[in-house]
Ligand binder design. Structure first.
Ligand code: B12
Ligand code: SF4
Ligand code: SF4
Length: 214
């Protein structure tokens, strides 16, 4: 079933699809769903990207449903979907856990999921399921090495320079208040708070920016 799902999602616009074993990681409310499908697209998280990720999630869900499996589909902009009963479950499972566990990437010093090919430029969505999918080897530690460009150039000094590992995954990487305060003053084209300099500066996946703008 892995192959069918992966091929269908890549064909429909995903740049990467990973499969994770999330048994023993999940909170009790969702512990019956032991697999996660991590879906990434190499685009800024704007309205079009949210729409694309939503359609990719729906595609995965339809395939799981057809085979009689259970699922919980977590939207990319989970923080904006606050008004439904199901949205109470979203904070129980951040997208980055699925992505590192599926071997899609590691958590960089900038606190973001870094994929060797796309760098931090992936926007993410997740589908949890009880389908017995085959899974990949998780990333165990950060591969940032000696690089500290994001630490040096973050305009709000939010990035502490500490390193993520699966053993110690909630280490203090980012001073979130600094980041939020800075973002409030820096609006994107659609009027929403934005910055993302820690994405632009990361050497991983820089060539993807060129190929996107070509
Ligand atoms: C709230 C939120 C914010 C807040 C707080 C950020 C934060 N780090 O908590 C603010 C407004 C500051 C923010 C800023 C940004 N955000 Co934001 N944000 C979110 C949101 C909605 C929830 C994150 C959250 O609270 N997670 C809970 C905490 C506990 O987990 P976490 O920090 O996400 O990740 C930790 C765990 O995953 C853990 N972990 C990883 N692997 C494993 C494995 C195991 C076994 C375990 C136990 C744990 C573990 O390590 C991580 C680091 O400690 C997510 C969407 C989502 N539902 O995930 C997007 C999301 C994290 N944001 C995203 C982006 C792109 C940004 C910005 C770049 C936006 C911008 N252009 O300015 C900045 C970057 C700031 C930065 N350097 O982190 C993307 C990240 C994509 C990527 N490649 O990583 C996400 C995933 C949205 C998406 N759908 O793509 N964001
Ligand atoms: S989004 Fe901007 S302010 Fe926030 S951590 Fe990244 S570079 Fe720093
Ligand atoms: S800029 Fe360097 S230190 Fe920061 S996340 Fe990218 S590789 Fe890691």
């Amino acid at each position: 079933m892995n192959d069918i799902i992966e091929k269908a999602l890549l064909k429909a616009g995903a740049d990467i699809v990973g499969f994770a074993d999330v048994k023993n990681i999940l909170k009790p409310e969702i512990a019956h769903l032991e697999r996660a499908i991590s879906i990434g697209v190499c685009k800024n998280l704007n309205e079009n990207t949210v729409r694309l990720l939503d359609s990719l999630k729906k595609k995965a869900v339809l395939m799981l449903k057809k085979e009689g499996y259970r699922y919980l589909s977590i939207p990319p902009d989970s923080d904006r979907a606050k008004d439904s009963f199901i949205s109470n479950l979203y904070p129980l499972f951040p997208h980055k856990i699925a992505a590192t566990s599926a071997g899609v990437g590691w958590i960089g010093k900038n606190g973001l999921l870094i994929n060797p090919e796309f760098g931090p430029r992936l926007s993410l969505a997740t589908v949890l399921t009880n389908a017995p999918l085959e899974t990949s080897k998780p990333y165990e530690k950060s591969m940032c090495g000696n690089c500290s460009l994001c630490v040096e150039y973050c305009p709000s000094d939010a990035i502490t320079g500490k390193e993520w590992s699966r053993e110690n995954p909630f280490v203090d990487l980012i001073n979130l208040q600094n980041c939020k305060d800075h973002k409030e003053g820096t609006r994107s084209f659609n009027g929403k708070p934005n910055c993302g300099f820690c994405i632009t500066i990361c050497p991983y996946g820089r060539k993807q920016i060129k190929s996107q703008s070509a």
